[in-house]
Structures are given as structure tokens and as C-alpha cells.
Design a protein around this ligand. Structure first.
Ligand code: NAP
Length: 247
């Protein structure tokens, strides 16, 4: 059992790299005293990353979670249920990108299907799988990590603003936003708040800072904000840095 019974138990998907936003999310959530379940596609990938945060004195546990695979997710759900009996925070951070500059007219549909499998169905599947444990929380939060690239009206990155992140990625994030709105609507009154958050352009790859990307700690902070909303906080919204973004 969690030694601090009253502290939230948070799970973050897609923590496959120390440079990624997911790793920093685990650090920031655990630094608030939470027990954080750091998940990556395989346990072998999650373990050394969890060890790095454990070495910082944080309560972080590694788990395998491939968001595209039903049966392994159910194993992880069962393991979390056996050890903790509930889940308080689910952060759907895992994502895939298509090729840079991919155009809708000639995108390879197998690539499109893969991006949708991770970014939309992966989020959908993970939410469905963990909902029974989230319903056991006194006050649960789901945060779907999205992107302004999937927004119709984001003035910087929006779907029709000529960004080069690729059509499948933008479409998948727009779909994540739509899924977030529908799940939040269904769960209204349940105590589970569901929101989508864009971390902003964040330096998770070499050379990104020189291109104007913000530090990972700043990108992660807006996601932590949505993961730790008070009970009367918003649900069904799309945010960056705690500010509403246009759909
Ligand atoms: N960085 C930015 O500027 C930016 C801007 C807007 C939104 N975002 C969003 O922020 C989130 C984190 O992005 P990031 O920049 O930190 O990139 P990242 O390090 O590539 O994070 C994505 C992670 O998802 C994992 N993943 C891929 N397929 C998976 C699967 N089937 N099951 C489980 N995990 C899987 C990857 O694992 P592997 O390492 O094993 O491939 C990777 O660790 C994403 O949702 C992204 O769309 C980022």
C-alpha cells in the first residue's frame, strides 16, 4: 500500500526518455509527495528511468504500458489495483508523430493509422482501462496531453497555420481534443475532471531551444496544473499554461 494513504497516486504514460515531458511530469508530480507510476512501452525501459527519480528521493514505480495493446494494459491495471486499489491521476502523455512536413494529400495511410493508434485510440483505450480505478478515487483527474497543432484556431500552431508537424499528428491531436470533450461530458458529476493540455513548444530534442522551445520544466508545469486541479476546477477544456486555448 501507499505509505502516505492520503497522497494521490498518479500514472503517466509514454515515459520512454529522460529528455521527454513525461519524465519531467513524473518528477514534478512525485516532488509534490505523490506516488508516481512511471510507465513506458516495456518494463525494461521504465525501470532505469524510475531509478533515476528514486535516486532523487522520489516515490516512483516502474510499470510496462504499451498504449496500443489491450492485454498488457489489463495486466498493468490489475497490478495497480492489487497494489493501490485506486488511481487518482492519469496523464496520457504517450504520442507518436508522422513524418515532418507530411501532407494530407499524399500521407501514407499506414503511418496515419499508427499515429492514430497511439495518439487517439491509445488515449481512449488507457482511459477505458483505468476508469474503474479512477472511479475509486475521491477526486480523480485525467489529463490528455494534446497540442496546439491540433487546434483549429491556435494562432501559432493551428491546423491551418502551416506548421510542419505533419497532417496525421495534427488530426490525431484534434481527435484527442474531441475525445476529451466527450469523456468529460459523460463524467460530469462523477468527481473526475478531464482536460486536454498543450505543453507548448518544448525542448525535448537537440537543437529545439535554439528554435525557440521552452524548457521541459515549463512545458510540464501546465500539465501538472491540470492534474492537480481543485474539485471545483474546469472539466472538458483545452489549456496551455492554465489558460484556455481555442479548439
Ligand atoms: N515537445 C513538444 O514541443 C510538444 C508540443 C506539443 C505537444 N507535445 C506532446 O507532449 C507529449 C510528450 O512529448 P515529448 O515531446 O516529450 O516527446 P517524446 O519524448 O517522444 O514522448 C512521447 C513518448 O511516447 C512514447 N510512446 C510512443 N508510442 C507508445 C506506445 N505505443 N505506448 C507507450 N508509449 C509510447 C514514446 O516512447 P519511446 O521512447 O519508446 O518511443 C515516447 O517516450 C506528447 O503527447 C506530445 O504530442 C509535445
Amino acid at each position: 500500500m501507499n505509505s502516505q494513504e492520503n497522497m494521490p497516486i498518479a500514472l503517466v504514460t509514454g515515459v520512454g526518455r529522460a529528455e521527454g515531458i513525461g519524465f519531467e511530469l513524473c518528477r514534478q508530480l512525485a516532488a509534490r509527495g505523490m506516488t508516481v507510476l512511471l510507465t513506458a512501452r516495456t518494463h525494461a525501459r521504465a525501470q532505469p528511468l524510475a531509478d533515476m527519480l528514486i535516486a532523487e528521493g522520489l516515490d516512483v514505480r516502474p510499470f510496462a504500458l504499451d498504449v496500443t495493446a489491450d492485454e498488457p494494459i489489463q495486466h498493468t491495471v490489475a497490478a495497480v489495483a492489487a497494489e493501490f486499489g485506486r488511481l487518482d491521476i492519469l496523464v496520457n502523455n504517450a504520442a507518436a508523430t508522422g513524418p515532418f512536413g507530411e501532407k494530407p494529400s499524399d500521407a501514407d495511410l499506414q503511418t496515419v493509422a499508427h499515429v492514430m493508434a497511439v495518439n487517439l485510440y491509445g488515449v481512449w483505450r488507457t482511459c477505458q482501462a483505468f476508469l474503474p480505478l479512477l472511479r475509486k478515487s475521491r477526486s480523480a483527474r485525467i489529463v490528455n496531453v494534446s497540442s496546439g497543432v491540433g487546434s483549429h484556431d491556435d494562432p501559432l500552431f493551428g491546423l491551418t497555420r502551416g506548421n510542419k508537424m505533419g497532417s496525421s499528428y495534427g488530426v490525431s491531436k484534434a481527435a484527442v481534443n474531441a475525445f476529451t470533450a466527450t469523456l468529460a461530458e459523460e463524467l460530469k458529476g462523477s468527481g473526475i475532471l478531464v482536460n486536454a493540455v498543450c505543453p507548448g513548444f518544448t525542448a525535448t530534442f537537440p537543437g529545439a531551444e535554439a528554435m525557440g522551445a521552452r524548457p521541459v520544466s515549463e512545458g510540464a508545469a501546465g500539465i501538472v496544473w491540470a492534474a492537480t486541479l481543485p474539485d471545483d476546477g474546469p472539466t472538458g477544456g483545452f489549456f496551455r499554461d492554465g489558460q484556455k486555448l481555442p479548439w
